[in-house]
Design a protein around this ligand. Structure first.
Ligand SMILES: Cc1cc2nc3c(=O)[nH]c(=O)nc-3n(C[C@H](O)[C@H](O)[C@H](O)COP(=O)(O)OP(=O)(O)OC[C@H]3O[C@@H](n4cnc5c(N)ncnc54)[C@H](O)[C@@H]3O)c2cc1C
Length: 408
């Protein structure tokens, strides 16, 4: 490892690795990516992995499209598959409110050129053998939606970045972002070593505010619990590669997983975490502030009309992890005004797998001074004014943005 670089990226999750790849593609100089753990080992290895294309906010569709483009580019660059599973998706409406949401999604998808069609109940049943189709009033099928192993995608960005010249340093924790006279000048590592750079990108996910705190900068997000359950294998009922579903009336999504069903349920009061309580790695962190069974008790009845035997369905696994939520449910990407050269890409709002390629692109464009491909004001770190991410009130505000989540 050299002593000076042009850009240092802190964090080797999806957002840091995507940013590294996008910067390297733009020949942004000598780039170093540091992670306190292994690359792709934290939130980015715990996702449900949905790459949902259609969104009611046009900028988000652009970001997701960029991820799909990155997957193609990286496969060509590395000469290996990232194993994208183009299973399609089905959004289900069974109430007036969810029908309105479905219509908005349909309109947005059509405007953006995403293939979509309404399908009848018998087709829903043929595509989703597990569903009680009678509960489905309207079903919107999007055949080009896909899922991807998030850790594999993250490693793909990292390998592609390395192929283009980025230096990757896993197991190398940053203790401090160094600043001098109103601008960033590098980082100090946990072992005391200093590495200089005129540009530092904070992509430290749930931990990003711990690095900002000594600089008196608050990024407007808090980590909240996202989670899903995986059933036991039943290959006939849950065939591999069947479409993932989004069921707003049940605040649920499902996805096939090698003969099992992944079931994501969103509670009415989402659990926030104070970043100051985070452990250095998620393996050591207890996400069970409120037991997962309590959440099942609240949420399973909502899914029951679609999955009648959910009460008796054997559950094999439970997966929980942090999503970084922002009060307006939009990402945090761009320069941090207080210090020249300091940038951030975080606040994933549960969408870093789908949008990570685009988030990395926008970050890279802002760093290199290119014209941004989406409006950066939507994602500006300072858009809420001064915030204290360590205050319970602000953490609750972020959690409220996630509570009752209905989309994919
Ligand atoms: C249960 C669950 C389901 C999800 N499902 C989906 C989905 O279906 N679709 C979707 O798009 N998204 C989904 N997500 C969200 C997705 O996983 C995240 O958006 C994404 O992983 C965020 O990536 P990241 O790089 O910000 O965070 P991380 O992967 O956590 O990376 C941050 C990295 O920073 C490192 N770091 C922290 N502090 C330091 C330091 N001081 N020095 C050096 N390194 C440091 C950490 O070690 C870590 O590797 C889901 C998330 C969860 C938890």
């Amino acid at each position: 490892m050299e002593k000076t670089y042009d850009v240092i990226i802190i964090g080797g999750g999806l957002l840091g690795c995507a940013t590294a790849y996008q910067l390297a593609k733009r020949k942004a100089g000598r780039i170093l990516l540091l992670d306190g753990n292994e690359i792709a080992s934290q939130a980015s290895s715990r996702a449900a992995c949905l790459l949902t294309r259609a969104r009611t906010k046009p900028a988000l569709m652009e970001l997701v499209q960029e991820t799909y483009d990155c997957i193609n580019e990286i496969e060509t660059l590395l000469g290996e598959s990232l194993e994208l599973q183009q299973c399609g998706s089905i959004t289900v409406a069974s109430s007036e409110a969810s029908l309105k949401g479905l219509e908005a999604l349909e309109e947005a998808a059509t405007r953006f050129g995403i293939p979509n069609e309404r399908i009848p109940k018998d087709r829903v049943k043929a595509l989703l053998p597990w569903i009680d189709a009678e509960a489905v009033d309207v079903a919107l099928y999007m055949p080009t939606d896909a899922f991807i192993d998030s850790a594999l995608l993250c490693s793909g960005y990292a390998k592609a970045a390395a192929r283009l010249g980025v230096t990757l340093r896993p197991n190398c924790k940053v203790k401090e972002i160094m600043v001098e006279g109103g601008r960033v000048c590098g980082v100090r590592l946990a072992d005391g070593e200093c590495i200089e750079a005129p540009v530092v990108v904070n992509a430290a996910g749930s931990w990003a505010n711990l690095l900002m705190r000594p600089l008196h900068v608050g990024l407007p997000f808090t980590p909240v619990r996202s989670h899903f359950w995986i059933t036991k294998i039943d290959k006939e009922r849950f065939p591999a590669g069947h479409p993932f579903t989004v069921i707003p009336d049940a605040r649920a999504f499902t996805r096939s997983d090698v003969g099992a069903l992944i079931i994501g349920l969103r509670e009415s009061r989402c659990q926030p975490f104070d970043p100051a309580t985070l452990t250095g790695q998620l393996e050591d962190f207890d996400f069970r502030k409120e037991a997962e069974w309590t959440v099942l008790d609240e949420c399973a009845p909502l899914l029951k009309p679609y999955l009648h035997d959910i009460d008796d369905l054997p559950i094999a696994h439970y997966m929980a992890g942090p999503s970084c939520y922002v009060p307006d449910a939009m990402f945090i990407i761009g320069p941090v005004q207080a210090y020249a050269g300091l940038f951030t890409v975080t606040g994933c709002c549960g969408g870093g797998v789908a949008a990570g390629g685009g988030m990395g692109r926008l970050a890279a464009e802002l760093i290199t001074g290119e014209t941004p491909f989406v409006n950066p004001a939507l994602f500006a770190p300072e858009r809420f004014g001064e915030v204290d991410p360590f205050s319970p009130e602000f953490q609750q505000r972020c959690a409220d943005a996630r509570s009752n989540k209905k989309g994919g």
